[in-house]
Design a protein around this ligand. Sequence first.
Ligand SMILES: [Zn+2]
Length: 303
Amino acid sequence: MSLLDVMAIRSAHPLPRIAAASVKLFKAGNELKGCCPFHDDSSPSFTIFANGERFYCFGCGATGDVLDFVQRAHHVDIRTAAEMLCGGNLPSVDVAMPREVEPGPDRTDEALAIWRNAVSVQGTEAERYLRFRGIHIPIPASIRFARLRYGKRGPEHPCLIACVGSVDNKVVGIQRTYLNLAGTGKASVAKAKLSLGRVAGGAIRLAPAAAELVVCEGLEDGLTLMQELGRAVWVAAGASMLPKMQFPVGVRAVAIGGDGDDAGRKAAAAAARGFADRGLAARTFFPLEGHKDFNDELRGVAQ
Ligand SMILES: [Zn+2]
């Protein structure tokens, strides 16, 4: 498609020449100055700078390029301003249209294959990692272990694999947490947590459904809350997924454990409103002051 060629208009119609028709300009160093045509100006507040490309008024704040000048002077839109400058022949440039984003191939099968081939976390780097994070309760069956490549050709990493279940408790996807080789922390990769499959609306069920559920955004926080509160916890597969979480009919009340920072508090409040709209009793709670999330609080890590 073609768009107005603003660069060509700017160079064919220099701002100083166009402005000089209504402003008496004088040189001041590298700039041109004059009394502003856009406000009642007795001292010269209007300045043309940037090699004559842009103007700025220290009195009224008016600013822009030659097209802005004409728009402002004649109270017209940019296309009319361009026509006033160029006559009928508007220069245009061809631009590539932004690529339409196609829905990616559904990778649920790949997610299910990883889940089927994953093994118990017992004795693996995944168990080691969770112990390092202060989790000492038995690891729920919804968490397994696998060695996976990061990207298509990257090296293999030990991975914690969490199964994402749909509202009718079918496996619809997984969340992978890439770990370092020793299992003492997350791998230093661009994004250590990656979802795969149809995870929207789903939940990582750390416990079977209960009338009252605790929900949160992070797996480590979820395990922390289950350990510390002794309650059934479900975890969203990614930060933005929490408000979309679906619950079976037996679930009546949801307590949202949010992150302690501003973004976390906002996300939790938004999720609570969404759940309440769906007829659930929803409330929020947060880590103690000074901790970003519940796992940091558990380990005494300050914000
Ligand atoms: Zn002005």
